[in-house]
Design a protein. Structure first.
Length: 222
């Protein structure tokens, strides 16, 4: 497994980071409802399933990402894949291809059981954790693919075969203590260990806040 200078594996470092900054959080959707300090953004504009619609989805998601992540920020990229009949995550998967010069020894693998269904022993997620700087990630391609999740004829998708699968990607900003998760073309969640870290983003993109959750979000910044 990948190790950093303090001799912790990437997975151990990741677990420690969550315990220190997001104690009790299980990384899963809907992320916004799992933490006290968060923003939920609406990515939808115009008629669904048009080129213009998906361009706007990607533009909004990318713009928020650029605001939350500087190129030099250290990041945990967490990739989840619902196991069903697949034993492990392939190194050739779409998400890994979006990382500049990714080496196999940079990836730490684990499994998450009963993440969504507490009584279902077959609810198993294969997890890959990669520690890197944000500038190595082609996030626009990843966010574009996430936006196509419910529209498999559109490419790219997170699944190279275009199937609807349980793949999820989380971007964790280690330095700013932020977690970014775009769940599909409808929207994305951004949570923080410190609500003040989110305040400038809340003000800058206030028009994009999802109306359904606006009242709850506004209360954080009254």
């Amino acid at each position: 497994m990948a190790k950093d200078n303090n001799n912790l594996t990437t997975q151990q470092e990741y677990r420690q980071f969550l315990n220190d900054n997001f104690k009790g959080l299980r990384l899963r959707k809907p992320l916004f409802y799992s933490w006290d300090f968060g923003l939920r953004f609406d990515l939808q504009v115009g008629e669904t399933d048009t080129d213009e619609y998906f361009q706007e989805v990607t533009w909004r998601a990318s713009t928020i990402f650029q605001t939350a992540f500087d190129d030099s920020d250290k990041v945990f990229l967490v990739f989840m894949d619902y196991k069903y009949n697949r034993r492990k995550i392939r190194f050739s998967n779409f998400t890994f291809k979006q990382i500049d010069n990714l080496q196999k020894n940079e990836i730490s693998y684990s499994k998450e059981v009963r993440l969504y269904e507490p009584k279902d022993k077959f609810d198993i997620r294969n997890i890959a954790i990669i520690k890197l700087t944000a500038d190595r990630i082609n996030y626009k391609n990843i966010l574009t693919a996430i936006g196509h999740t419910d529209f498999p004829p559109r490419q790219p998708t997170l699944d190279e075969n275009g199937f609807l699968t349980g793949k999820e990607v989380y971007f964790i900003n280690i330095e700013k203590k932020l977690i970014f998760h775009m769940y599909d073309d409808r929207g994305l969640d951004l949570i923080s260990a410190d609500k003040e870290m989110l305040r400038p983003i809340y003000k800058k993109f206030n028009d994009w806040i999802l109306d359904y959750d606006r009242k709850q979000i506004d209360k954080q910044y009254e």
